[in-house]
Design a protein around this ligand. Sequence first.
Ligand SMILES: Nc1ncnc2c1ncn2[C@@H]1O[C@H](COP(=O)(O)OP(=O)(O)OP(=O)(O)O)[C@@H](O)[C@H]1O
Length: 569
Amino acid sequence: MRDFFKQYSPFYKNYILQIFYAFIGILLVALATAGTAYAIQPLLDDIFINKNIQMLYIMPIIVVALYAAKGFGRYIQAYFVSYIGQDITRIVRDRLFSHVLKLDLQFFQKTHSGELVSRIVNDINRIQSAVSGYLAEIIRESLTIVVLVALVIYRSPELAFYGLVVLPLAVYPLSLLAKRMKKLSFKSQESNSDITSSLTESFNNIEIIKANNTENIEAKKFSVFNMIFFKYNMKAVKTNELTSPVMEILGAIAFGAVIFVGGTHVVNGELTTGEFSSFIAALFMLYTPIKRLSTLYNKMQDAIAANERINSIFSINPTIISGNLEKIDDIKEINFTNVSLKYGELEALKGINLNAKKGEIVALVGDSGGGKSSLINLLIRFYDVTSGEIKFDDTNIKDLSLKTLRENISVVTQRVYIFNDTVAANVAYGEELDDIRVVEALKKAHAYEFILQLKHGIHAVLDEFGSNLSGGQRQRIAIARALYKNPKILILDEATSALDNKSESVISEVIEEVKKDRITFVIAHRLSTIKNASKIAVFKAGEIVDTGTQDELLSRCEEYQRLYNSANI
Ligand SMILES: Nc1ncnc2c1ncn2[C@@H]1O[C@H](COP(=O)(O)OP(=O)(O)OP(=O)(O)O)[C@@H](O)[C@H]1O
């Protein structure tokens, strides 16, 4: 718990004013609570026993004032404490999301998106109460305890001993319960992640689920996760709710002892009824904050478990480190020299040597799993070479900042990402929006004609999956987006695979038209897409077995002949 507050303590200095107001609220509540217990003595002794008429008028006013102070204190405390908690969680959530976005692509391939959503949404919510609400309650209850203990001792030190002796006895069972709570909280949070993961997976694959009639299977899979979550939560409830009876039974034992000893003193005339009642009231009031403190301690375990899960993500650092070069004026050629790449144990690329010049279209072909996309992954630095180097002219790509590197590369993949925004915003994604440049890019991508047919032209809003467009149209928007950046390197990774022959030939035309100012890489299974390539690299099991023009390869490369023949069957 100490580590938890140590981690969040730097935040508190931004909330000095809010803390001050909250503290005033806490103080009011603690003092008014003790004041209520104190008031019982004059109430009984002065009014009921000594029949003091003046006190009969004063006491009701005092009682109302005490409760008003308590109510007001609670209100300002609740408001300012919530403010602090909400604001800290907002900041931590922003930080966590920014941190996660900067992590390697590999991290996202290994971690389920649902799990990340769960950490960023649910786990951070769990720390919200802990950083402020629980802390304030801990302070308020502790303060109330201190004031009430002082009152109890002041009333009768001897009775105070009997009343308070059980407190240390409660520590052991309560700490056992807290330990169990932390374990259960961790499990419950993990199973909450499983639920979110299962949901995101189902919604992302809804078409496949429906097409295969697997709604019931998916619902059953989900209900298993849901049941586990339910069970952990119920176990947590069982543990948490044990705290109250434990405290109550111990409290009752102390209370019994106090009645016996205190009652004897009252009977012997050593203690007035008022004093004894005030003592009992303070003792009773004391058990509420003590019980609350122990429940709070349990609740804190949930927050601590969530925080450990959050910290485990904060502690992951990207391995793809940005270089320092912020500018690259021109790229005349790219050289891959002896490049190898391993994904764990799997050697995806071995001893790759390849040269690509400005104005060239370099095609990468080969069987599935040959390593074509891996080569592109290296160029964009989604992964780093295991050995060898990739250079733009004389510059190793690792020396460029990631921002500069990626600003100069556009990738068009088979899967087109359309955002629920206007055509213009989709084309200018990530760049400053300029309508004239948007139109230019759309024209270059042979997409302007059909965009003009839309009701609001480039300001027409596309839906998230671009489902109001055909596959070929979506792909041309993706190419327009790629060209909007005016990249020095253009990559088309299976960009035409899902298209019909007509759309494919339009896109081949586009590539031909825009090639002169850049280096273009095209990965295609359909060899018709790359017939005009300046150079074709033939991949097989992570190696380039030959490089040449279509005619050269057809005359000398067996692997290419095989690919060519199988493509033309
Ligand atoms: N992120 C990854 N983690 C682990 N292994 C990977 C990863 N990406 C690819 N691989 C493996 O590396 C090998 C090369 O894959 P790659 O995607 O580069 O082939 P490809 O030639 O582009 O195939 P395709 O034509 O099917 O897209 C394959 O065996 C693949 O399973």
